[in-house]
Design a protein around this ligand. Structure first.
Ligand code: SF4
Length: 582
């Protein structure tokens, strides 16, 4: 590959695709596919109790941190903001990161770059690169598949084998539930850590596994527990956090690394909480005690049907596992696929009931979806079962089948999917209640643990049960009283137990704050019924940047109080230019 003539002196813009996202438009935005991961795929049928928040575009942040060229990250721009950024700076390279559904936006952004910055080289990466024939759909100079850090280092003539530096990333922002914005004091939100990409299990439908090499392959950014510990300790000191969202498709599968990390956590007396993705067979490698000592606080796990024969579920009794995790205070986000090959109109309801009976804290349902680039897509294509004329913008697993299922129609796929979410909510109640329940279990079990590190972690996780969560329980109980008496009674029982455990202050707070949350919940319900949606703010981060003096004098530097670490960040109108760091 030829390097860029300017090498590391090239000015680079790395951008995510433009919004607004939560609307139906000709560029590929879809109202049912907003930029809110949990609301979009997990809690969307939970009305005002849905957990809503935004997550940064980690790929471009990782690339920015690992090159020495002056680089701007533009996250969640509007089209106008993207154009304004190109007009304000003379970029040599423009990188656009996108998932498959947003290929139409990438096409538009390439056109904008050609018009405003004709000499800029356009590089497109992310899952959109997996679309067969994408080169003919967009006017880009380079399409990058897989790891973008080493590609960009190579392109700039830098050392692609240099250790990977980790950016400071807050795992979510602008969180919202029960009609109120969640407070985000420094250190309260987990830091995102990306230890590896890809997953060797290679399930046939899995886009991330396929994108980073498929079955048997993955890429470790941090191979040892010592390296991982060093990164986490750095984030702890920069962001003030004790909790970490381990953005690794199957974190617990890498047992050697996880156990080395545990040794370092013990030696460093770190009472950290870890939120991980893990397959059932990977969890089975550990005792509950090991998971608890490792700080595993939350697990995202596939709970496909036992008849699905995926290796990751081999020999696992997932109902038993879910109950055991709950008893040990480990929250579980179960993920179930609707529309597997063996599903029929006769057995699907039983299968959904089976999934819902796990009584997880969160439950994600997705349609079985042959996404371009996956083995499943190739299989379906070979069998001639891909449906013609399905817009790529609608292939996100929350709309309708994009292939011909043997027994279930396209229209019914959507009805079954929505029904699964509703059934989970009806039977198990709001996820916020379920989190309180599992957190409370953990507190009761470990509050007097002889290991002070374990005890400290559970005390830290249970702190909100004394106030915020207690008030939320009060509001949920009252709100659900007339619509779901059974769940309301369970919420009430938990609220009373929490009140007894944490005493008068907790009971008073729930009585005083509870009515406020009930009011905000009802207000939110009305807003949502009237079509309210939420969008992420535009964020600009510059690194290795020298501000043009003319721009600096006209720029209005604004501090919005959101500081993912040392990089200076501007949130708001992109004309509010901020600065560079390190
Ligand atoms: S175990 Fe999960 S992450 Fe790994 S390939 Fe299967 S679906 Fe993907």
């Amino acid at each position: 590959m030829q390097t860029h003539p300017l090498g590391a002196k090239a000015r680079i813009l790395l951008s995510s695709v433009f919004g607004p996202y939560a609307q139906d438009d000709e560029f590929g935005s879809r109202k049912i596919n907003p930029m809110e991961l949990y609301h979009n795929q997990v809690t969307r049928e939970q009305g005002p109790f849905s957990l809503r928040m935004f997550h940064r575009s980690w790929g471009i942040l990782m690339i920015q941190k690992n090159i020495s060229a002056p680089t701007t990250v533009l996250d969640f721009p509007t089209r106008e903001a993207f154009e304004a950024e190109l007009l304000a700076n003379d970029y040599d390279i423009v990188g656009i990161s996108s998932i498959i559904v947003n290929v139409g936006k990438v096409r538009v952004m390439c056109r904008i770059v050609r018009r405003i910055s004709p000499k800029a080289v356009i590089v497109v990466g992310g899952h959109v690169a997996a679309i067969p024939g994408v080169e003919g759909m967009i006017n880009a100079d380079h399409i990058v598949r897989g790891d973008g850090i080493s590609w960009m280092r190579r392109y700039l003539g830098e050392d692609e084998t240099a250790p990977v530096r980790h950016p400071e990333i807050i795992s979510g922002f602008d969180g919202r539930t029960l009609g109120l914005k969640l407070p985000q004091p420094k250190g309260a939100t987990a830091a995102t850590i990306i230890p590896s990409v890809g997953c060797p299990m290679g399930c046939n439908f899995c886009t991330t596994s396929a994108f980073f090499g498929g079955k048997g392959r993955y890429l470790n950014f941090y191979d040892t527990g010592a390296e991982l510990f060093a990164v986490m300790a750095e984030m702890e000191s920069k962001l003030g956090t004790k909790s970490f969202f381990m953005m690794d498709e199957n974190f617990l599968l890498h047992k050697r690394r996880a156990m080395e990390l545990l040794d370092h956590m013990k030696a460093g007396n770190k009472a950290w909480s870890l939120y991980v993705f893990s397959s059932a067979n990977a969890i089975a490698q550990y005792s509950m005690r090991e998971l608890v000592e490792l700080g595993v606080s939350w697990v995202w796990m596939g709970l496909e049907s036992p008849r699905s024969a995926y290796t990751k579920l081999k020999g696992a009794d997932t109902h038993k596992l879910a109950a055991e995790l709950r008893r040990h205070g480990i929250k579980l986000l179960g993920s179930t696929i609707v529309g597997l090959e063996h599903h029929t109109p006769e057995n699907i309801h039983k299968e959904i009931e089976y999934a819902v009976a796990h009584d997880t804290d969160f439950h994600q349902f997705m349609l079985y979806t042959p996404v371009p680039g996956t083995p499943l897509f190739l299989e379906m294509k070979e069998q001639g079962r891909m449906l013609e004329g399905v817009d790529l913008a609608d292939i996100h697993g929350q709309h309708q089948f994009n292939f011909r299922h043997a027994a279930i129609s396209r229209e019914d796929s959507k009805l079954l999917l929505d029904g699964a979410f509703r059934r989970d909510f009806e039977r198990n109640g709001p996820s916020i209640y379920r989190i309180c329940r599992t957190t409370f279990n953990g507190w009761l079990r470990y509050k007097n643990d002889p290991d002070l590190r374990v005890r400290a972690r559970f005390a830290w996780e249970a702190r909100a049960l004394r106030d915020g969560y207690a008030a939320a329980l009060w509001a949920m109980e009252k709100h659900l009283r007339h619509t779901n008496a059974a769940v309301s009674a369970r919420v009430r029982a938990l609220r009373q137990e929490v009140g007894q455990e944490f005493g008068l202050v907790s009971r008073l707070v729930s009585r005083i704050l509870g009515p406020v949350l009930l009011w905000s919940t009802r207000r939110e319900e009305k807003r949502l019924a009237a079509g309210q949606t939420y969008e992420p703010r535009t964020i600009i981060e510059r690194r290795n940047w020298t501000i043009d003096p003319a721009l600096a004098t006209s720029a209005h530097e604004v501090d919005h109080g959101f500081h993912p670490g040392q990089s200076l960040v501007t949130i708001g109108a992109p004309s509010e230019v901020s600065d560079s760091a390190d």
